[in-house]
Design a protein around this ligand. Structure first.
Ligand SMILES: O=P(O)(O)OC[C@@]1(O)O[C@H](CO)[C@@H](O)[C@@H]1O
Ligand SMILES: [Mn+2]
Length: 404
């Protein structure tokens, strides 16, 4: 008894010490950020540290003698990613809290606050599954378009954007789709449909049609991605879905492996028939290997995707095996386009800067000031009446680019 007591006390003390160390590293970080200090090399032993430090050298060369890269001077994408990586460093160096996800609470809350919308979506989907075999092509196309839009608007529910406030989905996502159509600035859903139908015909007997979803946020958005992925399999438009998540907590609400598994478990054990049916099916998909979860450190590096072939050739080669890559969310869009201030009318493929391992499509609500592929005058016209259009999350794109 005495021994157990001493052991518990020892563990508790270790935990308190680790917490203190983490808090002190985090306040150091806050101070550096607030006072525009130079970006410093990472000193931890995490596997990506060397790549980050190489990238710091690259940023130094970019600044071309105009001082050290620093919080207010360097590109936003770079320092923002660096901040999340430093948060990770503060925890990862401090067992027993090295696996602690500082954003977990917010993600869990978002999921529970979206309960009603999750129920509405799972119920709709299970009803759809009952007669999916009898749907003709036109009807299948309509359902695909609906679920693509649900997944697109699911991207409004992101915690880094709303500073953790009010980012859940309260009502049925299906009811408002019609009214939201005018807010889809680029709508390439028809192209996705023809790609999938043709891939299916081509691959009827031989190889697999694989769709990859490069995930964004946990919570309601993740459930919309699961439903879309299930539809792709159940409609036989695809044979396999590969999900790509983040290997460390990222941009507050991004999906990690733990969020991914937790969400499926929550659905499974929910006290609602259709929610739990979804959870059970999805767990089954993972067991059968028709759903695959992957993470790769590249997704949490500051690099834009045009450098993937060089920085993470293994990931690039893996994505080349896919028939279609669906990139969810705003941060992925920024990385697809290099986060540059492009003219609105620049073609998407140009902004991708040769990043096209496979046909790809971005499903993104606009929360940052990068947008390409618009019609002449389209951006300017919205700008005139809604100065916040690029950062409000009110507009979205379903933007497609064929493979090279
Ligand atoms: O990728 P997501 O979840 O759609 O959005 C991430 C985001 O909220 O984070 C950044 C602000 O910190 C912006 O790029 C973007 O608006
Ligand atoms: Mn996100």
């Amino acid at each position: 008894m005495f021994r157990i007591g001493t052991f518990v006390l020892h563990l508790f003390q270790k935990g308190v010490e680790a917490e203190k160390r983490a808090i002190s590293l985090l306040s150091k970080l806050r101070n550096e950020l607030q006072t525009d200090k130079p970006v410093t090399p990472l000193e931890d032993e995490l596997p990506d540290a060397a790549l980050w430090n190489q990238h710091l050298d690259y940023q130094r060369n970019l600044s071309n003698g105009n001082g050290e890269p620093s919080w207010f001077q360097s590109p936003w994408l770079y320092v923002e990613c660096y901040m999340y990586r430093r948060i990770q460093a503060a925890l990862a160096q401090n067992p027993p809290i090295d696996n602690f996800d500082v954003f977990n609470e917010g993600k869990v809350q978002n999921f529970f606050e979206s309960q009603e919308a999750v129920i509405a979506l799972c119920t709709y989907f299970q009803e759809l599954l009952k007669n999916i075999k009898d749907l003709d092509e036109k009807q299948l196309q309509e359902e695909l378009f609906k679920l693509l839009q649900v997944s697109l608007w699911g991207n409004k529910c992101d915690l880094s954007f709303s500073a953790g406030e009010g980012s859940s989905q309260k009502s049925s996502p299906l009811l408002s789709l019609e009214n939201l159509i005018p807010y889809i600035l680029v709508n390439d859903m028809e192209k996705l449909w023809s790609l999938l139908v043709n891939a299916k015909k081509r691959n009827a007997e031989e190889s697999n049609v694989r769709v990859d979803i490069i995930l964004d946020n946990a919570g309601f958005e993740l459930v919309t991605d699961f439903v879309l992925a299930d539809f792709l399999l159940s409609s036989k438009l695809a044979d396999e879905v590969h999900f790509h998540g983040k290997s460390i907590p990222w941009y507050v609400s991004d999906t990690t492996k733990r969020d991914f598994n937790w969400t499926i478990k929550q659905l499974q054990s929910a006290n609602h028939m259709w929610m739990s049916r979804c959870g059970i099916n999805w767990e089954g998909n993972l067991k059968k290997g028709v759903w695959v979860y992957r993470d790769h450190m590249f997704w949490t590096l500051p690099h834009d995707f045009s450098s993937m072939a060089e920085v993470a050739p293994d990931l690039y080669a893996d994505l080349q095996k896919s028939s279609l890559l669906l990139f969810k969310g705003d941060l992925n869009y920024r990385k697809l386009t290099g986060d540059k201030k492009w003219e609105y009318t620049v073609p998407f493929h140009q902004a991708l800067n040769k990043f096209r391992p496979a046909p790809l499509c971005s499903l993104r609500t606009l929360k940052s000031d990068t947008q390409v592929g618009l019609k002449p005058g389209q951006g300017e016209q919205i700008q005139a009446s809604e100065p916040e259009w690029m950062i409000s999350g009110k507009y979205g794109v379903v933007q497609f680019a064929a493979a090279l």
